[in-house]
Design a protein around this ligand. Structure first.
Ligand code: 13P
Ligand code: SF4
Length: 366
């Protein structure tokens, strides 16, 4: 008999302090049966409840190694999908609020990628022999399955150089989706000239490119971006450097090419944290990535006299990840205590099998 879950209505009205108390109590009751995997961008009040934290590569590995019965993912939808795909069949992956998506991931979908592949077939003849499809981990499971099926691979912001290197060893061209910026920056660092890269606009026939442009491109970059990282501008760096000539600038590779080139360091969230933590006491940093991470990092290193500042004058948070609030987390965990599962993320078996292929290729290469 199906047991109905406790309704969220009873949790929606909870004051934060009570929700936190109930989260702690439920975690204690569940013990090792539950593991809370928390991304670096998570808001501070949720972050404090983590069992494990990381960037998307580290969290994928942790999900694949976890023995917990329930993996509660405090991140966004694609991350909970990856946890479901890489964990054991009997483990259950949960996203406390199903509205926690990734706007960049939504910029590509299977219908558009399949149409792109057909357009490329019309121009090139045999895309499977000529092009390695590479999907950023910030994408739906069916796109990872597409890559699995077509000899492609997944990448994250921390392993993108190794993945592109592998991809070009397989075939002469790469179709990179959905983040044009990570693709462009990584290919540029490998020495691929900018004029050998073309932006594929999925809303235009042939991506808005001529057959000659498609034939001449080594790298086809899907026209997608992150709404948070697009807020950073080269002028923010120039102005800050005027005030802080001895300061250092570090950015996430989802930022625009001009921001990455103006930065001293570029890398994933885990890399950013490591570089700043390893830096000499008293150093000053301008950081181009999500605000929750930057605030936490500033707090963690201030006792060494390090100053960490956020790149944009505007508040840029990952608004979708923010949706995981204390009320949703308390609701999720109390249901688990009662033996009821809410918001399970379950990738259909056939899709999961193909997606796993492209994720396992990634884990092997990185
Ligand atoms: P990381 O790979 O650094 O975790 O980045 C994921 C992400 O979504 C950044 O916007
Ligand atoms: Fe997606 Fe941008 Fe949020 Fe990262 S910061 S999860 S890319 S919307």
């Amino acid at each position: 008999m199906q047991v109905s879950p406790i309704s969220f209505d009873r949790f929606n009205v909870l004051k934060d302090a009570e929700a936190h108390e109930r989260i702690r109590a439920a975690k204690e009751k569940l013990g090792k049966r539950v593991s809370l995997l928390v991304h670096h961008y998570q808001r501070a009040d949720i972050y404090q409840h983590h069992d494990l934290t990381g960037d998307s590569l580290k969290l994928s590995r942790l999900a694949s190694q976890s023995d917990a019965e329930y993996i509660v993912f405090c991140g966004v939808h694609f991350m909970a999908e990856v946890a479901d795909i890489l964990s054991k069949p009997e483990q259950i992956s949960i996203l406390p609020d199903l509205a926690a998506g990734c706007s960049m991931a939504d910029m590509a979908n299977l219908a558009k990628v399949e149409r792109c592949w057909r357009d490329l077939r019309d121009v090139l003849g045999t895309p499977d022999e000529l092009i390695t499809p590479v999907t950023y981990i910030n994408s739906a499971a069916d796109l990872k399955a597409f890559c699995g099926e077509h000899g492609g691979i997944v990448c994250t912001s921390s392993n993108a150089p190794k993945i592109l290197d592998w991809s070009f060893k397989q075939r002469e061209k790469v179709l990179f989706f959905p983040d044009q910026h990570l693709g462009r920056w990584t290919a540029h660092k490998m020495g691929i000239p900018l004029d050998a890269m073309q932006v594929w606009d999925p809303d235009l026939p042939n991506g808005g490119l001529t057959p000659e442009q498609i034939k001449g491109a080594k790298m086809l970059l899907w026209k997608g971006h992150c709404a948070v990282h697009q807020m950073f501008q080269p002028a923010h760096i120039t102005n800050w450097r005027k005030q802080n000539p001895d300061g250092m600038v570090i950015s996430h590779p989802e930022s625009a090419f001009e921001v990455c080139t103006a930065s001293d360091y570029v890398g994933s969230t885990e890399y950013i944290i490591q570089v700043v933590k390893d830096a000499k006491p008293g150093t000053k940093w301008l950081v181009g990535t999500e605000l929750n991470l930057v605030n936490r990092l500033a707090d963690e290193v201030k006792h060494e006299g390090k100053i960490v500042q956020f790149m944009s004058p505007m508040v840029c948070m990952c608004s979708t990840m923010q949706r995981i609030d204390p009320q949703h987390l308390a609701w999720t965990l109390e249901n688990l205590v009662e033996g009821k599962v809410v918001n399970r993320i379950s990738v259909p078996a056939h899709e999961a099998e193909l997606a796993k292929l492209s994720l396992e290729r990634m884990l092997a290469v990185s």
